[in-house]
Write a protein of this length. Structure first.
Length: 277
């Protein structure tokens, strides 16, 4: 039996990309998901920069979020690759009894305890597990040509995340195909968008982004498809080649009948040409 969910939107989506949240909520409502907002939500502690500066703070902050979900009797559903990786890795580390005991001593100061009962799901995996249900809800096959870009933190560390293969990933390809999309063949080892290096080495970040766009551009796709809001920002705002990008929930919402206006497609910097209804 599937447990009800707490939706964890993270930081980037609510503050900079609320239209991606609108698309996600449209899809979850269509699926009649038993989904509420995670109460008392804070940052998962961003897994690239912040976590490396204060690892114990990251682990305790993530444990607090997981403990809140446990208290509500719900699992967690993430919309962000970084949040997914952060919470999944924290859950993995907290399987160690000594680590969990140490963290719980801190959480005790705010009247909380993490017991290890909650599961963490990411939107692509949630959709994949409900393939028949999702297929039934698709009312508008789009016929787009798409280049899947899963993003680093959906794939690695693979022994912890276990959502897709880090080599020749296939989850986005499968989900996109349900919407009638033609999927362009991507690299066997998916490229990084360079987003994590933006504040450290801008030149290298720009080069990595250009490398990631080169394949989709050569394939003349209608859009790059990603489940990661950080990758979305890189492709929509920072790339110079002009290849549009779609967030996974946007693709699914459109295929389930949402109008471009309802999910805020007008807020994309790089506009996408959709087929006529």
């Amino acid at each position: 039996m599937t447990r009800p969910l707490y939706l964890f939107s993270g930081c980037l989506i609510p503050t900079r990309l609320p239209f991606l949240e609108a698309a996600s909520r449209f899809v979850l409502e269509r699926m009649q998901a038993d989904c509420a907002d995670l109460p008392g939500a804070t940052c998962c502690v961003e897994p690239i920069g912040l976590r490396t500066m204060a690892r114990e703070t990251w682990l305790t902050s993530s444990a607090r979020l997981l403990a809140i979900a446990e208290e509500g009797g719900r699992d967690v559903l993430t919309l962000c690759n970084g949040c997914y990786m952060s919470l999944k890795e924290a859950r993995h580390m907290l399987e160690d009894d000594l680590v969990r005991e140490k963290v719980n001593k801190v959480l005790d100061g705010i009247g909380r305890e993490y017991r290890g009962e909650v599961q963490v799901h990411h939107l692509p995996g949630y959709l994949l597990e409900r393939e028949k249900e999702v297929r039934r809800l698709i009312t508008r096959p789009l016929g787009l040509r798409l280049a899947p870009h899963p993003g680093c933190h959906m794939l690695r560390p693979s022994e912890v995340l276990r959502l897709d293969r880090s080599f020749c990933p296939e989850v986005l390809d499968r989900i996109a195909s349900w919407t009638g999309a033609a999927v362009a063949t991507g690299p066997e080892w998916p490229a990084c968008c360079g987003g994590g290096l933006g504040g450290i080495d801008e030149g290298l970040s720009v080069k990595m982004l250009a490398d990631a766009v080169r394949g989709p551009q050569a394939s003349k796709v209608d859009a790059i498809l990603t489940p990661c809001p950080f990758c979305f920002v890189q492709f929509d705002i920072k790339q110079k080649e002009g290849v549009p990008v779609l967030y996974l929930a946007e693709l699914m919402a459109l295929a389930m009948g949402a109008s471009p206006e309802k999910i805020g497609l007008r807020y994309h910097r790089t506009k996408i040409a959709l087929p006529s209804p």
